[in-house]
Design a protein around this ligand. Sequence first.
Ligand code: ATP
Length: 271
Amino acid sequence: MMNYSSTRSDPPETPDTAAAIRAESLNVVRGPRQVLRDLEFTVPRGQITGLLGPSGCGKTTLMRAIVGTQAKVTGTLDVLGRPAGHPTLRTRIGYVTQAPSVYDDLTIRQNLDYFAAILDPGHTAADRRHENVTRAIADVDLTSHTDALAGNLSGGQRSRVSLAVALLGTPELLVLDEPTVGLDPVLRRDLWNLFHDIAASRGATLLISSHVMDEAERCHRLLLMREGQILADDTPDALRTRTGSETVEAAFLHLVDEAVAAAARAKETTR
Ligand SMILES: Nc1ncnc2c1ncn2[C@@H]1O[C@H](COP(=O)(O)OP(=O)(O)OP(=O)(O)O)[C@@H](O)[C@H]1O
């Protein structure tokens, strides 16, 4: 995690028009390996940015750095105008991990009531909490299962309970790690519609990881990753045009081939 010994000397927060996330010379080491290498990118506010790349390329590590839970992060990483991990960011960011974090022995409503009580405590907030919980359950289309035990839900339903928890505090930035993995096509489409609603109606910024390239087409912008580096930071249209490809998947493969060829040339010249 990045270090914050004092908030007294914090620089003033950057204006809302600035990027939601800005990284420069960002490096992360995990165990003996350098997992992220010299990343430089920005994520604009109010849009959906897809973080795509093969398994093991560093997507989760980057998300953990952004939400402030990753150790050994160096370089610049600003989130909503503050350095990543800053205490004031805790209530402004919703993070959904790959493994759903729900209590199996509680119902869906009890799970959300529990997290709502942490976010918005006190007797006087009871009505507001009830409303927020009901809305978050409806947002993820689980109203008909409100009183079902989380332990009896399918994997996709449990993921949606986790997403509902992240939506409780109406966060400005939602960081979602592979939220559609294992879901059927109808649910995937519905969730992507929900993500677009959240960005459009609340002006929220969403960073969504996936290794399913067809989901890239649903994003406003893309960060394509490979082996701990950013291969491209662009819109799906611009990527297809730039590489002369029909799909983002073909564009990604084109960029991988280019990177491999460039690395081989560099090796050749150093011999
Ligand atoms: N706790 C850890 N200690 C050491 N290395 C780790 C640790 N966790 C992950 N790594 C390594 O860091 C690299 C990036 O992992 P990460 O989970 O960020 O990838 P990912 O792109 O999210 O993969 P996936 O799509 O499979 O979830 C991998 O090579 C992985 O082996």
